[in-house]
Design a protein around this ligand. Sequence first.
Ligand SMILES: *Cc1c(COP(=O)(O)O)cnc(C)c1O
Length: 383
Amino acid sequence: MPDRLYLSPPHIGPDELALVTEAFKTNWVAPVGPHVDAFEREFAAYVGVEHAVALSSGTAALHLALRDLGIGPGDEVAVSDLTFCASVNPILYEGATPVFVDSECRSWNLDPNLVEDLFRNRAARGRQVTALVPVHLYGQTADLDALVALCERYGVTMVEDAAEALGATYRDRSPGTFGRAGIFSFNGNKIITTSGGGMLVTDRAETAAHVKKMATQARDAAPHYEHSEVGYNYRLSNVLAGIGRGQLRQLDARVAARRRVFDAYVDALGDLPGVDFMPEAAWGTHTRWLTCLTIDPEAAGVTREDVRLALEADDVEARPVWKPMHLQPVYAQYETVGGAVSADLFDRGLCLPSGSAMTEADVERVVHGVKSVFGTRTSRSAG
Ligand SMILES: *Cc1c(COP(=O)(O)O)cnc(C)c1O
């Protein structure tokens, strides 16, 4: 029996162990140190931004981005409906109110028309949404030109959740660089990992300095411990930053590998009835962090759950597309603009194993598993 095939396991490169060893040898086993500084510099250069702050998670990064913005009770924050809960919880940590906005079909990301409907609706009532948090899903950016224009027109501040889109581009620019701040995640299943970690990027020196301060218990400049605001313990450790530096060196190769995995799936499964892959919008490069597809049960004769369970029986991990926020019991009280597109993508969408270390045999194992379900159902309905 072959090993379990995971959705997106870590892929360690040639440099990580030496970089971590260096942290031990120099006794920088601390939440600050030379690897943290270097990781921030190298990351900022890669993304093309003035400042990067290494943090303990992507969630912590989004929390501090919103806290730096100063949102609180009475503020509304528009956020993608189709996403992971970590895009939303930091809004609630600060006591603000999320408003969920549905996706468009061409990118699976925020529909600018619905964002405009929301902004216009509030303006008509003499109100204003305080912030917009677009999520760049599964390795693809949202339509940033359209969203930036809307934010400018209606006086809304943008903070980008680019946790899933490191390595992607929008018109040759990295996501995370279009708003006041952007955040990335180095969780174990992301395109690069520090086992756990995150990064906040911004061109604003004040924001970078404030976030660094808040991440280290908001200590004021004084020889003793002096505090004039509430802080957090959110800094990335120097050991983990060493892993991150090694991972970052491999990022372009990881994107290329994930795109190759996607292409192999399209070649092998693209002709199956009722199967459609997540589209790549014309405005940039999709990293294919995860290969996502939809299965139309009428045309296919099978559901995404039939396929997922067949893969699971062969110890292959596949996962439904994110369950939209408006369908999550914990957020039931909040307003949603639209919701039919994200609900449909959840009903029919499946993410296949997409790791950058997958072999041709691994891909073939998944392909075989998917095809076997289609094969049995087709012959059954034919008989
Ligand atoms: C992974 C992820 C996060 C959170 O990142 P962590 O590092 O796990 O805290 C936030 N938003 C999205 C869309 C994610 O996929």
